[in-house]
Design a protein around this ligand. Structure first.
Ligand SMILES: [Zn+2]
Ligand SMILES: [Zn+2]
Length: 263
């Protein structure tokens, strides 16, 4: 029996498989639950989120699958709300994420590529990567108010490319201050944090978000974590969950075993 994932993408946004294929894969992998969290429509066209006109059919299709598979798996209708998504309504839960930093009227994607990130930092921040991180974590600090999320998505995604192209020293005082500010603000909310394996399955990192140091800081809040795969295809529905579970168990950190615990 595997833990279940609540961070799941399908063809409704940038995933490769249908909702039903993802459900069947979760059942095969021994998950008791699955939560869908396709990317919500954005206030600008980013090219990979759901379109506004798809929202109703996404909701209908997930609702129909809940009924069809109710004897085999519990399905939740969720959404991944970006800081710049249109408002969400009628979902079982929300993951709140920051994929873009708004700088001088330009939406800078933070997860595109190492080269793109370097170009943004050089062009828009005069090469000051910590100013870029400060802007990101200021938005993160506000993500629960903006998206009404129960789960904070990939909290330190700005470090996505740090293994392949080290740009951020996570021990730099300005980086620590930026993170600590966001954690302080988010600790005032009920939202919990992901341990997200998506960047490992896609070959960007060898460890999950957040990094161990940040994981330890978040754990001090006493909140449980939620292990998620941020999966975009049937192969990675519960990617690396056994290892993540073991890591959290060894550290004595709590994690949820059902979404019911937080919604
Ligand atoms: Zn995301
Ligand atoms: Zn995602």
């Amino acid at each position: 029996m595997s833990l279940s994932s609540y961070h799941t993408h399908s063809k409704y946004s940038d995933g490769k498989n249908t909702l039903e294929e993802m459900v069947q894969s979760a059942i095969e992998k021994g998950c008791k639950e699955i939560g869908f969290s396709d990317h919500a429509p954005m206030i600008f066209d980013c090219g990979w989120s759901m379109k506004q006109e798809q929202v109703e059919s996404y909701k209908k299709e997930v609702t129909a699958l809940k009924e069809k598979y109710k004897d085999k798996i519990k399905i939740y209708l969720g959404i991944e709300q970006d800081y710049f998504s249109t408002p969400a309504e009628g979902y079982d839960y929300i993951i709140g994420s920051v994929h873009f930093i708004l700088k001088d009227g330009e939406y800078l994607p933070n997860d595109l590529s190492a080269d793109a990130m370097k170009e943004f930092v050089d062009r828009c921040y005069g090469g000051d990567v910590y100013a870029y991180c400060e802007d990101y974590y200021k938005m993160m600090a506000d993500i629960v108010r903006v998206t009404k999320c129960q789960i904070v998505g990939h909290f330190d995604i700005v470090t996505k490319f740090n293994e392949k192209m080290p740009m951020i020293d996570i021990n730099h005082p300005r980086y620590i201050n930026a993170i600590d500010y966001a954690l302080k603000e988010l600790s005032k909310t009920n939202a919990i944090f992901e341990v997200n394996t998506g960047a490992i399955s896609r070959g960007y990192r060898t460890s999950s978000y957040p990094d161990n140091k940040t994981l330890d800081k978040i754990a001090k809040s006493g909140k449980p974590f939620v292990i998620t795969s941020d999966t975009h295809n049937v192969e990675t529905v519960n990617f690396n969950f056994a290892e993540e579970k073991e890591k959290l168990d060894q550290k004595g950190y709590k994690y949820i075993k059902s979404l019911e615990e937080i919604i």
